[in-house]
Each structure stands twice: as C-alpha cells, then as structure tokens.
Design a protein around this ligand. Structure first.
Ligand code: FE
Length: 131
C-alpha cells in the first residue's frame, strides 16, 4: 500500500481508460455499469491508483443509485472531501486521502448510523479479498 508509482505517466500506462478518466479527470462512470456495484465479497476496497485501503465491505450497501455505495470510509482519514460546484450542483467530492484520486461524491442521504452515502465509482476501486 502506498508504494505504487502514482505519477501521471505511470498511471496513464497502468490504468484502463475509464479508471484514468474517473480518477484523474474527475469523471463519472455510467450508472449500473461498474464491475464492483453488486460485488458482495468480504474485504476491502482500495484506491485503484495508489492501493490505499479506503472502504470495507461491511459498510457497503445497495443504495439503488447505480454506483457502489458505502455508509462510511474504512477510517476517517482514508478519504478527504472537497466542495464541488461543477455541473450546476453543490456536492462534496470524495478523494483518496493518500494520493488525491477522484473517487466520487458523498451525500447526506445514507443509512444509519452515519446518514452518509459515499457514492463511489467502481472504476476508482479494486477489491481485496479478506480471509
Ligand atoms: Fe489513492
């Protein structure tokens, strides 16, 4: 974790075009298209760029939004947020706390106990099975 080369040239070479667009250009994958949307394995969801563990399957839920959704991050400092006023909306962007990759947005309409919905692009994540 955290030992990967996250320079733009290295990421450009390693990431597929969708993961590049989402994480480096603040893109959004089409809803219901992500590989990890309905993934229900037990383990962690890591940043596809730097490998930092960001979310855990225990906090994943089906929000119906079409994007993988979590009601909390693995730890508060694993992600950071920034106000995003693009596209005529005010949203809180979620970024990887370690490398700054764009992950998605967080909304205040999630389930208890946090009331948060981390709406995360599948393309920004990789699943690591926990045994
Ligand atoms: Fe990262």
């Amino acid at each position: 974790m955290g030992k990967r080369d996250t320079s733009p040239p290295a990421l450009r070479e390693r990431l597929d075009p969708r993961a590049w667009h989402v994480t480096q250009e603040k893109g959004t994958e089409p809803p219901f298209s992500g590989e990890l949307l309905s993934h229900d394995g037990h383990g962690t969801y890591a940043c596809v760029c730097c490998g930092a563990a960001l979310f855990h399957s225990e906090h994943k839920y089906d929000s119906g939004s079409g994007w993988p959704s979590f009601w909390q991050a693995l730890a508060a400092d694993r992600v950071r947020t920034e106000r995003d006023t693009s596209l005529g909306m005010t949203r809180d962007e979620v970024l990887c706390g370690a490398c700054g990759a764009h992950l998605g947005h967080v909304f205040p309409d999630g389930p208890r106990p946090t009331g948060l919905r981390f709406c995360i692009n599948s393309a920004a994540l990789e699943f690591e099975d926990e045994r």
